[in-house]
Design a protein. Structure first.
Length: 138
């Protein structure tokens, strides 16, 4: 086998491996329940040092969502729970997510249309409506 043929074969094998790994990563990404988008904030500290918490002086409210994901022009807060999903999200989890939606709007001036509650086996997409916002007792 000529040297050129060997390089072409190696390049083809590496390209095929890259495509397979890309395909696997897409499948695993879909299973997380987190939408495609750019993660701009993470409270897990796995990639970078944790950023400061979000804060609203008017309510004296402080919080750190697990993730903030930029999806188009929106910032979506996501809260990840380690337990299996209940039939419907717990009230305390809904209130926590409502607080994160409020803090995103207060901190960035962008009202999220929804937030995500990710449990081990399921993701709930919770619309951030005025009724949800009012549950914060503003």
């Amino acid at each position: 086998m000529e040297l050129n043929q060997l390089f072409i074969l190696i390049a083809a094998v590496l390209a095929a491996a890259a495509l397979i790994l890309f395909w696997i990563s897409r499948i695993l990404s879909r299973r997380t329940g987190i939408p495609e988008g750019r993660i701009i904030y993470s409270d897990h500290g796995r990639w970078t040092r944790n950023k400061k918490p979000l804060y609203d002086a008017g309510l004296g409210l402080t919080g750190k969502p697990d993730y903030l994901i930029r999806v188009g022009d929106h910032l979506i807060p996501a809260e990840v729970k380690s337990s299996f999903a209940p039939r419907s999200p717990y009230d305390s989890h809904l209130l926590q997510l409502a607080a994160y939606c409020f803090l995103v709007e207060s901190s960035f001036g962008i009202r999220p249309p929804y937030g995500l509650l990710r449990y081990r086996n399921r993701t709930f997409k919770i619309k951030y409506t005025p009724a949800v916002e009012n549950s914060l007792g503003k």
